[in-house]
Design a protein around this ligand. Structure first.
Ligand code: PMV
Length: 332
């Protein structure tokens, strides 16, 4: 059995930031192992995060999750599947009491599954007395949520889809420290409440019914290469071009699914135009949108104030949130 690095108390507490993909993950190569069909590149945020406590509970027969103060029996299977992987590594059978809190809306297209699974893996690692490498953490987090593999790391992060049948080469790695290129993000919240179609079923529907899905997958390697090069060169215009193109291709594949996946509302589209107008006027900003109606405006250093002032005036924008780039999942 692994030895404990937390005084043997069987408790771990961790914080992980949400991340937004600039080159997106959409579709799975292996649903059971949760191996993505494509690689992706993201930024990890500092002010949108999940804090999770995992406490080993020999009195429990099943794992127990409390999220944002509410018991979530419906998420029990997902939680246990992730904890089972850590239990197997630690060679223990004890169930856990998990308490998690997002400081931003859950399941609304703001990457709560990414920060949630990354924080869970990091906290459970400590509770089970394991000492994992960052790569092992990333592989475990991936099995809970594909994008969570990236929230293990801070700053700019690349997720490799991998080719190994067992998923052992499907993990994320840091590309560039956030301090090296301190971009900021303004998030325009255009709807509150949980989205109707989660990313897991959205991906399956796109892969099985969208005529554009194959083209989406085929187009990913050049987008990854362009984004990697832009990040390496701190070339904001080049990153803006590939990120917006990649985002719109993902949504094009989703829109063409049957039945269609329309994650946007009217305000989403208005924000997208507002960001494009700002950039045409010389403000270094670009948009990205995930499986939800919120718009994330990624700003070069110094541009955030003007982007906030503009998005604030867009009809239908309910709230703005801002964030700098942040660290990877860490104990707290
Ligand atoms: O990791 P999941 O299953 O929540 O899927 C994430 C999908 C997108 O957010 C739309 C894209 C991405 O790469 O984060």
């Amino acid at each position: 059995m692994a030895t404990s690095d937390n005084g043997g108390r069987g408790v771990g507490r961790a914080r992980a930031g949400a991340n937004f993909a600039l080159v997106k993950y959409w579709g799975k190569a292996d649903a059971a192992l949760n191996v993505p069909a494509v690689g992706s590149i993201s930024i990890t945020l500092d002010s949108l995060y999940t804090e999770t406590t995992v406490e080993l509970a020999p009195d429990l027969g099943v794992d127990e999750l409390t999220l944002d103060g509410k018991r979530r029996a419906e998420d029990g299977a997902k939680l246990s599947a992730c904890l089972d992987l850590l239990r197997r590594k630690a060679q223990v059978d004890t169930r856990a009491r998990v308490t998690s809190r997002n400081n931003f809306p859950t399941a609304a297209g703001l990457a709560s599954s990414a920060s949630g699974c990354a924080a869970l893996v990091r906290a459970a690692e400590a509770a089970f007395g394991l000492a994992l490498t960052p790569r092992e953490r990333s592989i475990l987090a991936r099995q809970g949520s594909g994008s969570a593999a990236r929230s293990i790391f801070g700053g700019f992060v690349e997720m490799h889809a991998g080719v190994a049948p067992d998923g052992t080469d499907s993990f994320a790695e840091p590309l560039l420290d956030g301090a090296e290129w301190p971009l900021e993000v303004v998030i325009a919240v255009t709807a509150k409440g949980e989205k109707e179609i989660g990313s897991r079923s959205g991906m399956t529907r796109s892969a099985t019914s969208s005529p554009y899905y194959a083209a989406w997958v085929a187009g990913q390697p050049p987008d990854l290469e362009a984004a990697r090069a832009a990040i390496r060169a701190r070339d904001f215009a080049a990153l803006a071009e590939v990120a917006e193109h990649n985002c719109l291709k993902m949504h094009a594949a989703a829109l063409a699914a049957q039945p269609p996946l329309v994650y946007w509302n009217g305000a989403t589209v208005e924000c997208l135009h507002a960001v494009r107008r700002l950039r045409a006027g010389g403000v270094p900003v670009f948009f990205t949108i995930d499986a939800g109606p919120q718009v994330k405006a990624v700003c070069a250093p110094g541009a955030r104030g003007q982007v906030e002032r503009t998005l604030h005036t867009v009809p239908g924008v309910l709230e703005l949130m801002t964030s700098a780039l942040g660290p990877g999942a860490e104990l707290c």
